[in-house]
Design a protein around this ligand. Structure first.
Ligand code: HEM
Length: 430
């Protein structure tokens, strides 16, 4: 009798109430719910949000890799939807599933954020990092999110686009409004749209000028790219720029904050290792992308009926992949809830879209995989590593100020799952 009661109690405690996804507890710490999902509901039909949740590592991997069975395209390319009309950035690559248009858009910027092109930009990244640090170096204290991480990547990407350096502060303001507009509705969306319109107006004469006199910059490349003899419309060009400012800025910015949070707040012992061997910043980046990635969710739609475990995902159903949950799958990683830059069961080097590596180890899922694999993966890693190494060099003896820091959280489920500390105060010697 007692045994049966125990079984029922365990069964009930493993049930999921879909409202948990909206709770403050989940925003603060989603990992306990992720584990219950992985262990007891690897394919969870969330009737409240009308979607199916996938949480185990190899299942997340399979969704990313099977773009035929799970499409990202929300709109029918041949239908009446005007691309960009419902998106805060305007028309942009994120609205497309796979197909000619998506492949072409990738090709336009492919090669710009990797290899020699990226190498050519390293001195600039270096210089901007130093400039930003110089502003607070004499203060003995810094709020890392506001004064450092949110300042750096946006300046780098706007330089790559060839936008005027003197206007960088305006881009920082615009991209912050765009991101808030992307994640939240209501007044945030209104502010995001206002920022976008202001930025679009600002871009008009620059686009006209680069159309007439193209340069070597990324904006000129986007303007000049052709598919079947046609170029992007001015709206599409502006949508691409808005996306790159946000994708290139916000994610990398939060990655840097997450790395410092772990180094100073949860693993000061491993910070000592990194100080002794700065090449380990690369491991800090990789382990952060596994343990506490900036992006936790991506959305797809089933293009056909899919049987998985005991469930049947119907054709057309909305599917949410929790890459943040896959990264903590104990079926793949030993002690997944420990942040460890020396782990030997994670591929530590550069990522790729297949996620298959010669060392036979699984990679993190933080950049997605497959056809939509992040295009800025190499740049994000370089930027984060360079920025962190400079900061560690230039602020002696950094110390966390908040003894009760609330940790890494996401402000709301609508934030697209972006997770990072809201503030990170660090004191240091001058
Ligand atoms: C740590 C920083 C970053 C993270 C965590 C991140 C994360 C991601 C993820 C998860 C995706 C996959 C979307 C999907 O599967 O639907 C993606 C796509 C993308 N990322 Fe990143 N990203 C980062 C940095 C960057 C940078 C620096 C750039 C460019 C400057 C960039 C440009 C893009 C683009 C253009 C796509 C769309 C690719 C496509 O649709 O085919 N990202 N990113």
């Amino acid at each position: 009798m007692a045994e049966a009661e125990d079984r029922i109690r365990t069964m009930l405690s493993n049930q999921i109430d879909p409202r948990e996804f909206d709770s403050p507890a989940f925003q603060q710490d989603p990992f306990a719910l992720y584990k219950r999902l992985r262990d007891h509901h690897p394919v969870y039909h969330d009737r409240f949000h009308n979607r199916w949740a996938i949480t185990r590592y190899w299942d997340v991997d399979a969704v990313f890799q099977s773009s035929e069975a799970y499409t990202r395209g929300v709109y029918d390319e041949k239908g009446s939807y005007r691309f960009g009309s419902r998106h805060v950035f305007g028309p942009n690559i994120l609205e497309y599933g796979v197909g000619d248009r998506h492949r072409w858009m990738r090709n336009v910027i492919a090669g710009q954020f990797v290899g020699q092109k990226l190498e050519d930009f390293l001195p600039l990244i270096d210089m901007i990092a130093r400039e930003v640090i110089e502003r607070f170096r004499g203060d003995g204290t810094v709020e890392l999110v506001r004064q450092f991480s949110s300042q750096l990547p946006i300046r780098v990407i706007s330089n790559m686009l060839g936008l005027p350096r003197e206007d960088e502060d305006r881009f920082v303001g615009w991209y912050q409004a765009l991101i808030a507009g992307l994640g939240f509705g209501g007044e945030h969306l209104a502010r995001g749209l206002a920022a976008r319109n202001e930025m679009w107006e600002y871009l008009d004469p620059i686009i006209a000028e680069r159309t007439a006199r193209p340069g070597e910059d990324l904006l000129s490349r986007i303007i000049g790219a052709e598919l079947d003899g046609t170029r992007m419309s001015v709206e599409e060009i502006k949508g691409f720029v808005a996306l790159l400012l946000a994708a290139g800025g916000d994610t990398t910015d939060k990655a840097i904050a997450n790395m410092w949070y772990h180094m100073l707040y949860t693993r000061p012992d491993q910070y000592a290792d990194v100080k002794a061997d700065p090449s380990l910043w690369s491991n800090v980046f990789t382990e952060m992308m596994r343990y506490d990635p900036v992006v936790h969710t991506q959305f797809r739609r089933a293009t056909k009926e899919i049987e998985l475990y005991d469930e049947v995902i119907p054709k057309g159903a909305s599917v949410v992949v929790y890459l943040g949950a896959g990264n903590r799958d104990e079926r793949v990683f030993k002690n997944p809830d420990v942040f460890d830059i020396h782990r030997d069961d994670l591929h530590m080097g550069r990522e790729n879209r297949s996620g298959r590596y010669k060392d036979g180890k699984p990679g993190h899922l933080g950049f997605g995989m497959g056809q939509h694999f992040c295009m800025g993966y190499a740049m994000a890693r370089q930027e984060a590593v360079i920025a962190c190494a400079h900061l560690a060099n230039l602020i002696p003896n950094p110390r966390p100020r908040d003894k009760d820091h609330p940790g890494i959280s996401s402000p709301s489920i609508d934030s697209g799952g972006f997770r990072s500390p809201l503030e990170l105060w660090i004191d240091f010697d001058v």
